[in-house]
Design a protein around this ligand. Sequence first.
Ligand code: M6R
Length: 633
Amino acid sequence: MCGIVGYLGHKSPIPLIVDSLRHLEYRGYDSAGVAYLDDENLLRIYKASGKLINLENLLPPELQLRQLGQNGNGHRHIGIGHIRWATHGAANDTNAHPHTGNRSEIAIVHNGIIENFYEIRQELQAKGHVFHSETDTESIVQLLESIAESENDFCKVILKALTKLDGAYALTAISKKHPNRLYAARHQAPLVIGVGQDVNGHPEYIVASDAVAIVQHTNKLIYLKDGEIAEISPEGLRLMNFKGEIIEPVIETISTDPLTIDKKGYKHFMLKEIYEQPDIVRNSLSGRLKSIHQPIWLLGDTPEAETLFNAFLDTIDRVVIIGCGTSYNAGLVGKYFIEELVQVPVEVEAAGEFRYRNPFISPRDLVVTISQSGETADTLAALRLAHQKGAKVLNLTNREDSTMAREADFVMPVRAGVEVSVAATKSFTAQVTALYLLGIALAEKRQAANPEQLEALKADLLKIPSRIETVLHNTDALQAMARKYGNTRDVLFIARGVNFPVAMEGALKLKEISYIHAEGYSGSELKHGPIAMLDSSIAVVSVLTKGTVFEKMISNCQEAKARDARVVAITNTPIPPALQNTFEDILEIPESLEQLSPLLTTIPLQLLAYYMAEFLGKDVDQPRNLAKSVTVE
Ligand code: M6R
């Protein structure tokens, strides 16, 4: 996580860097900082714990307004900035980036984790370096200063330092001795360089962790690969590998419009994103599910890509889905659906576990990595491991420009649009929709289901958006429930079958934004342990849908009620009057085919989490300790 920015050009760097950092706040918001070289070539650093606004308030007003160095010594205007998600050391001013060494000569910002930072620190301390922060990053900058004592070429200084680092990093550095130069290096953390021009036609370069921080200035981008370092100067950009060998940079022109990040009148991004879901599902189906009589068109881009993917699908005999957090939960819905419909084995793995075991993967597996950001470190490592083992990877992502999308063999964009809220909502429904399409496409190819069944699924899928709208138009009961259960200490979410992952997702949503303890269980698992927790202080939110497990769920709810728990039903079918006293609250939502019901049952759980967090006055969009993109393991 963490977001880094660097600028070299003729503009005033600090306002530009702060503005770019605003686009990276989803990567962390524990602290923020900037560093630049002033007219006298002095290194100036400002940093503040907490959100970016604290840094903005700290910056002297004249720094934001005047054109830094305009009348100075002819140096270009150079600076770096950082937004932190703390890994080593508390989220305070001292640990905030940029960091500098004892001679205040070099400043760096870093995203990632240096695993051998302590050894480097001890070695340097023995040589007299005094450390001020608890961060791993300070080891890098002190190491750079130490190497720079005997090496004038700063590129060589960085290359030497990098050979000593273990771990993952994207970093950007500036040095007083090389005031016209900005350096950027990448190893297992994203980094992209924008190559633009200001209004006077002067070249300018912006380095950032994500293109979203650049696209308002230029759409010409160089995506650094692992093991690449860039030296940017008035003469241009020099790209090298870590051996110092020159590489020809590939400049891509991307079509992304500058992103408008706007709540559109909603109080929080999360609420806005929940309400976008009908359109997201429509978007996701558009062009892929053209009519119930036509086969699903999956990848969309070109007929060649579709043909290639279809040919590959003919060869597979297993599907392995990998993801983290909400993306993992979406994968579980995919397992229930695809395995039942296609009768092909489907495994779902948490990426962080998959990557550190020696999983059985064969070239006849379709590995599906799911990631909203396309940058999650564990999922990316899992994708690479699957490749090493000879599998082909399909990436379901919301970011077609992400590292995963670049490395995967096939990409299916989930088309959720920019998701700002840390709590994933619309990306989940978009991922689940994509998995439904994949399942139906596979079933069609293998003739695993009869055409009527597939047509029924397609017809029901097309009706999902308007049914989500119905749920979204009736939130009074959910708001009342949020007030009623807002002070509950523990909430269990239970469901069975294809909705079991929805229970997990409901619990994840609630805990991450309200900090209320919540767990998602299969209703059948209740009696194997969790039931011991139940008493009148605990709320049990149950998802009951018409179909195979309805009666089973009713029994599980009665077991909970018998232990005095406060049982709530989210149901798509009327609860028989004789059973209604099992529940303290009942919320009815529209019916759908059982297999597709997660697209509807998820919505009230997202809203419940949102309203509970709101009731408790929590920071809904930026909950504590979290970040939107988890690029450290
Ligand atoms: O970008 P990804 O989908 O790979 O992210 C995976 C998880 O970090 C993410 O889903 C996380 O669990 C969300 N904050 C949940 O709302």
